[in-house]
Design a protein around this ligand. Structure first.
Ligand code: FMN
Ligand code: SF4
Length: 401
C-alpha cells in the first residue's frame, strides 16, 4: 500500500514539475540532457543548482568517507564524454541493512534522484546494482522502474537493474564496474578514478543508495511524512543498522545521537539477562568499542579515531567472547578478500589464524600485519582491515579487564 502511495506521490511530483512548479534541480530533470548541459558553466553545474547542492550539509556521500557530492558530479562532467550513473546497492557490509530499508520504503525516491543526477551530468544510462540476495528488492525495483519508464519520465536515459556478483568486494566501485563489464570483480589502482574513467572508459558517477535518496532534500521532494524514511532528508538524522543483543533490532533513523549506548534504548533495550559488553561499530573493518566507550559522548569519540562508516552497530554482552567476535570479523575479511594483492590476501588469513589460535594473542604479529596491510593494500578492504587490526590488541585488553 505504502509502495503504491510512494509511486503515486512520485509520479504526481513529476507531473507537478512538468507543469512548471519545480525548483532549479527538478527543472533539470524535465529537460533533455543537451539543454541542461548548455545551462552549465564551462566546468561544473549551473550556479543555482551547484549552490543548492554544495551548500547542503546532507550532500556528503554516505558510503563512508563523506566526500562532497558536488565535487564528484563536477569531475564526471569535466571530461566532456557521456557519463554513466550507478546506484550502488550492493550492501555487503556486515550487519548493515539501511539501503534495503530505503529501497523497501521509497524506491521511487532513489530512482528520482538518480534521474536528476543523470539529467544534470548528461548521462544516458543508470545502473541499479543491487545485492544478489535482496530478491524482494529486485521485484520492487523492477516494478518501480517500469512505472517511471511508462510515465515517460526517463526519456533518453536507459535504466538497467543488475544483480550484484554476490561478494563483499563487488560493492567497491572499481570492482563493481569490472563486474558490470563482465570481468572478475577486482578493485583497480587509482587514479584514474571512475569519475574520469569508469564503465567501459566512460566517466562514471557511483553513489550509495542512501546518498541518492538524501539528495532529494536539495530540491525539496520529500516522501510522505508517515513513511519511515521521511526523516532521512534531515541532515542531522543518521540511519543506523542496529543488531545483536537488543530486543528490537533493525534500521533506526536517529536525530542527533549523543552517546552510542542510547542506541540500545532506541532498539528496545538489551535482551533479557544481558549486560553491555561492547559494540562493533562500522561493520567488518570498523572498530570494536568496549562498553565504557559506548557511554562516552559520541562527539568526543568522533573527534578521535572513531568512524561510524555506514552506521552498522552490533551490540554484545559481557558474556560474549570479544576475541571470538574479532576472529569472526577477520575470518570474514579473509574469505571476502579478492586475493589480488599479497598484503591483504596473506594478512587477513594470518590475522584470522592468530585470533583463532588458543592462548595469548601474538600482538607483535598483529601489529606487523596491521602496518603492512594498511600501507600496501590496493583497496580499502585491505587498508581498513589493517587499521582494524592495529587498534585490536588494546581494545581486546580493555574488553577483558
Ligand atoms: C570492500 C568495499 C566494499 C564496498 N561496498 C560498498 C557497498 O556495498 N555499497 C556502497 O555504496 N559502497 C560500497 N563501497 C564504497 C564504494 O567503493 C564507493 O566509494 C561508494 O559506492 C560511493 O558512494 P557515495 O559517493 O555515496 O559515498 C565499498 C568499498 C569497499 C572498499
Ligand atoms: S586489498 Fe584485498 S580486496 Fe582489495 S584488491 Fe587487494 S586483495 Fe583485493
Amino acid at each position: 500500500m505504502r509502495f503504491m502511495r510512494a509511486a503515486i506521490l512520485f509520479v504526481h511530483c513529476c507531473m507537478e514539475k512538468v507543469r512548471g512548479t519545480a525548483s532549479a534541480a527538478t527543472g533539470a530533470m524535465e529537460q533533455g540532457p543537451r539543454q541542461i548541459r548548455a545551462a552549465f558553466l564551462p566546468i561544473g553545474l549551473r550556479e543555482d543548482i551547484k549552490y543548492s547542492i554544495a551548500s547542503a550539509e546532507i550532500c556528503r556521500s554516505r558510503a563512508g568517507v563523506g566526500f562532497p557530492v558536488v565535487e564528484k558530479w563536477r569531475q564526471v562532467m569535466r571530461r566532456g564524454a557521456v557519463p554513466v550513473v550507478i546506484v550502488n546497492g550492493d550492501e555487503g557490509e556486515l550487519a548493515v541493512f539501511k539501503d534495503r530499508f530505503i529501497l523497501e520504503n521509497d524506491p521511487h525516491g532513489v530512482i528520482e534522484a538518480a534521474l536528476v543526477a543523470a539529467r544534470v551530468t548528461g548521462a544516458d544510462k543508470i545502473f541499479f546494482y543491487i545485492r544478489d540476495d535482496y530478491k524482494p528488492i529486485h521485484v520492487i525495483l523492477r516494478k518501480a522502474i517500469a512505472d517511471v519508464v511508462s510515465a515517460g519520465l526517463a526519456s533518453g536515459i536507459a535504466i538497467e537493474l543488475r544483480r550484484s556478483g554476490g561478494a563483499y568486494i563487488c560493492g567497491e566501485e572499481t570492482a563493481l564496474i569490472a563486474s558490470l563489464e563482465g570481468r572478475p570483480p577486482r578493485p583497480a589502482e587509482r587514479p584514474p578514478f571512475p569519475t574520469t574513467r569508469g564503465y567501459f572508459g566512460r566517466p562514471t558517477l557511483v553513489h550509495n543508495v542512501e546518498t541518492f535518496f538524501r539528495l532529494r532534500s536539495v530540491w525539496g521532494s520529500a516522501p510522505e511524512p508517515d513513511l519511515p524514511v521521511s526523516d532521512l532528508l534531515a541532515a542531522e538524522v543518521t540511519l543506523f543498522s542496529v543488531s545483536g543483543r537488543v530486543r528490537n533490532p533493525g534500521p533506526k533513523p536517529v536525530r542527533g545521537l549523543s552517546r552510542l549506548i542510547d542506541l540500545v534504548d532506541i532498539a528496545g533495550g538489551l535482551t533479557e539477562g544481558v549486560e553491555l559488553g561492547g559494540m562493533v561499530v562500522g561493520g567488518s573493518s570498523g572498530t570494536l568499542l568496549p562498553a565504557a566507550d559506548c557511554r562516552r559522548p559520541l562527539d568526543e569519540l568522533l573527534s578521535g579515531r572513531l568512524r561510524l562508516g555506514t552506521g552498522g552497530i552490533v551490540v554484545f554482552g559481557t558474556g560474549d567472547d570479544m576475541r571470538g567476535v574479532a576472529s569472526k570479523m577477520a575470518g570474514y575479511l579473509a574469505r571476502e578478500s579478492c586475493g589480488q594483492c599479497g598484503p591483504c590476501r596473506v594478512g587477513t588469513a594470518k590475522a584470522a589464524q592468530a585470533l583463532n589460535a588458543p592462548g595469548r594473542l601474538d600482538v607483535p604479529l598483529i601489529n606487523d600485519l596491521s602496518v603492512v596491510m594498511s600501507e600496501a593494500s590496493i583497496c580499502a578492504l585491505g587498508r581498513n582491515a589493517g587499521r582494524f587490526l592495529g587498534r585490536l590488541p588494546s581494545l581486546l585488553e580493555t574488553c577483558d579487564s
